[in-house]
Design a protein around this ligand. Structure first.
Ligand code: SF4
Length: 318
């Protein structure tokens, strides 16, 4: 494969179609290389709202491309592989959520952005891992239904122990592959490295790590840390994203932590989507209207200060 020729072709097509290429931090390296906007869910939502070109090509999983369409509905949004879906997002269904809401009528529903548009439409406010604690705090509620990631929910609960939280039993299959024995082995191989964990990891993995961060929080922390090496307890290609941001430092991925759905999108599919107008996101207008409200509230809250460093983790665990 002549990657440079393909990258050039994609860039030319983006110009011809007046399109912006938005790429999540877990995408393949060759896609990250040609991104106009590279970031986490929150950053990409913020950018999607402001896009003034005709089209958005979104390289991420289904709910991310849908969120871009909902937040900027006049744009044509391409999702280069419509089968690239987030399994965690599909662990929560509207019927089950409605039932839980009937059982807990006083609870405010907070949903991770990793949910379907239908679930968002039943949600009071969305969050990402970059602002989850601030979002829950901003509701002012003493009782929360949190969907769908139990691990992120437990992370919030550590920060806000006074809030009663009802967790939906969802999880990220990729982050669940990261275990303490794997990290112990990696620490033995790289004794100088700090371990950075994502809040979708299990609590024991977070406790074993030196800090727990959203993906953008990892980028910021790596800049201010004196460490030169890091073990990245998140999706494998997050290490490449960190390398792009800090080429002077070394980032070790957990090699088995691959999200197969993120990897369904290839640079060839990006080209084909643009060339043949394939993979256009289409959503019902009423559904988009209902799902926009909790997303806009999330974006308005912005990025949280919760991303923690080693000292804060130590204080929590103590
Ligand atoms: S890494 Fe996990 S949460 Fe992210 S898209 Fe893949 S399955 Fe979903």
């Amino acid at each position: 494969m002549d990657w440079e020729a393909l990258k050039l072709e994609v860039r030319q097509l983006l110009d011809e179609k007046d399109a912006v290429l938005m790429v999540h931090n877990y995408q393949r390296p060759e896609i990250q290389d040609v991104a106009d906007e590279l970031g986490d869910s929150l950053a990409l939502c913020q950018k999607a709202q402001q896009v003034d070109r005709d089209r958005i090509v979104f390289c991420g999983v289904d709910f991310m491309a849908e969120a871009a369409k909902i937040l900027n509905p006049s744009k044509v949004v391409h999702h280069p592989d419509l089968d690239s879906v987030c399994p965690m997002a599909h662990m929560v269904d509207t019927e089950g959520l409605k039932m839980l809401q009937e059982q807990k009528p006083d609870a405010v529903t907070v949903s991770y952005i990793n949910t379907s548009s239908e679930v968002k439409a039943l949600t009071d406010i969305c969050c990402t891992s970059a602002n989850a604690v601030d979002v829950v705090r901003a509701t002012g509620a003493s009782e929360i239904i949190f969907t769908p990631d139990t691990n992120l929910g437990m992370w919030i609960k550590r920060k806000l122990p006074e809030v009663e939280m009802h967790f939906w039993p969802g999880y990220c299959p990729t982050h669940m592959l990261i275990t303490v024995p794997i990290l112990k082995q990696m620490r033995a191989e790289h004794p100088e490295a700090e371990i950075l964990a994502h809040p979708e990891c299990t609590p024991d993995v977070i406790d074993f790590s030196d800090g727990c961060f959203s993906t953008e929080g990892m980028i910021k922390y790596a800049a201010r840390s004196p460490a030169k090496e890091f073990i990245v307890a998140s999706e494998r290609d997050m290490a490449y994203r960190l390398h792009l941001a800090h080429p002077e430092k070394t980032f070790h991925p957990v090699s088995i932590a691959v999200c197969p759905n993120m990897k369904k999108i290839t640079l060839q599919k990006v080209r084909d989507s643009l060339k043949h107008d394939k993979g256009i996101v289409e959503l019902d207008e009423d559904l988009m209207d209902a799902a926009r409200r909790p997303l806009e509230k999330m974006v308005a809250i912005g990025r949280s200060s919760f991303d923690s460093g080693p000292q804060e983790i130590a204080a929590q665990v103590a």
